[in-house]
Design a protein around this ligand. Structure first.
Ligand code: GUN
Ligand code: FE
Length: 424
């Protein structure tokens, strides 16, 4: 058992923070939270307390959409929209992951940067390459981080050097499943890149795989208007883009993440709601590629689950705190452009998306309620806290002004996670 004392904040519900000023969290030997307390119960009176003083202690970040093999392209190649961007910059970079030495060098940096920015769990796209994808799982597991790793299926409209066959995608995903079966916090996820990259045969096979092995699914949906028009041409039998996934049983038949959903409405919206499909909001990416603004308030009001994603490298950084910041700003732009009809998001709502909502994809993750995994960050914001700010204002200032320099401790499933090693 471990007992920590600090200024504790978390969001059991989207509406408000629970704040314990100089409160306590008790963590069991299984790495799960026993409970939080404003004053420590008598039964713990003789236990050692690890005191973080005046620092903040909050749930760690969850990144529900990120491309590990786009690491090298971070912060460059922002001059094209989605489809030409994929062809000009992204596919050529991902092709390099055939080389396991290159993959190791980049994937070590990827894992280190997730850790650095306070992301303890992530849903990750790898590439078509099984060896590099298994290596990525190894590196995450060694680091002590949690998440899901997807071998990407793509067999049309890409370069030959970045295409797999249906059999390779299925066998590769099974290999990742086998490879991760003894890893406590890492598992496989079925990953058709998006409809334009996958033939009906690929979609059929991946849908069968997901349903047979009860594997979750991740992909992209309604990110950009040219993409949506192309999907309508490629899949004329589908009534909408989302229906193209549904027809292959990859739209909520098993837990499903759909990145972007900028233009989701009507039938597609209804299908997401009915099937509990997650909309993964990636506002930094949507700004960089000029994609659009997802209707997050509408999703939340209708009960569509929403999580946040960095979408590196269309998103230009790993910080989910930065993604929270953009989520708030973009929701205000949506509010302005929608004639002030749908309310913009509050700070606690955006924080909830990054913690408890995104974390729910991995189990009981993202809160400090009893039974939740103790995934946590300690923030020393003394450089930002030069006046009598409230605890909640200190978190708000950290989200808008802070970065990794204020993060002093990171925990995943109860364990403190040291800096993962990189190859210089
Ligand atoms: N759609 C298909 N592939 C990708 C990708 O790598 N990034 C983004 N943002 N959208 C995609
Ligand atoms: Fe993406």
């Amino acid at each position: 058992m471990k007992i920590y004392r600090a200024n504790i904040l978390f969001t059991p519900t989207p509406e408000a923070f629970k704040v314990l000023e100089h409160g306590y969290v008790v963590v069991g030997d299984d790495g799960n939270v026993v409970d939080t307390y404003q004053t420590l119960p008598e039964q713990y009176a003789n236990e050692r307390v690890i005191d973080f003083g005046d620092r903040l202690l909050m749930p760690a970040m969850n990144d529900l959409h990120v491309h590990a093999p786009q690491y090298r392209n971070l912060g460059i190649a922002m001059d094209l929209e989605l489809l030409p961007w994929l062809n000009a910059y992204t596919f050529p970079e991902e092709t390099k992951y055939k080389d396991i030495g290159y993959a190791e060098k980049m994937y070590r940096r990827f894992v280190r940067d997730l850790w650095k920015m306070g992301t303890m769990r992530a849903a990750i796209f790898a590439t078509i390459h099984p060896e590099a994808t298994c290596l990525l799982a190894d590196l995450l597991n060694e680091a002590g981080l949690g998440g899901m790793v997807g071998l990407v299926g793509m067999d049309r409209n890409g370069p030959d050097t970045l295409s797999n066959t249906v059999e390779e995608a299925v066998e590769g995903t099974k290999r990742v499943m086998e490879h991760t079966k003894n890893m406590p916090l890492i598992s496989a996820i079925v990953t058709p890149r998006f409809i334009p990259s996958c033939t009906p045969e690929m979609m059929t096979a991946l849908g069968e795989l997901a349903n047979e092995y009860k594997l979750p699914v991740q992909s992209h949906l309604s990110e950009n208007q040219s993409e949506i028009a192309w999907v309508a041409e490629l899949e004329p039998e589908s009534t909408c883009y989302g229906d193209a996934y549904l027809r292959y049983n990859m739209f909520g038949q098993t837990p499903t993440l759909m990145a972007h959903c900028c233009y989701t409405s009507g039938e597609e919206f209804e299908l997401m709601r009915k099937n509990g499909v997650f909309a993964v909001h990636c506002p930094t990416s949507n700004c960089n590629l000029g994609s659009g603004i997802a209707p997050i308030r509408r999703f939340l009001s209708a009960g569509v689950p929403v999580a946040l994603g960095s979408d590196v490298s269309a998103g230009s950084g790993f910080s989910i705190f930065r993604v929270i910041h953009y989520t708030l700003q973009m929701s205000k732009m949506k509010w302005v452009h929608g004639g002030h009809k749908e309310a913009f998001l509050s700070l606690s709502e955006a924080f909830y998306l990054a913690t408890k909502s995104g974390g729910s994809f991995f189990g009981k993750v993202g809160s400090f309620e009893p039974g939740y995994a103790f995934d946590a960050l300690v923030v020393d914001d003394s450089d930002l806290n030069f006046d009598n700010y409230s605890i909640q204002h200190r978190l708000e200032r950290y989200i808008y002004l802070g970065d990794d320099r204020q993060l002093t401790h990171r925990f995943c499933q109860g364990k403190e996670i040291p800096a993962p090693r990189i190859i210089e």
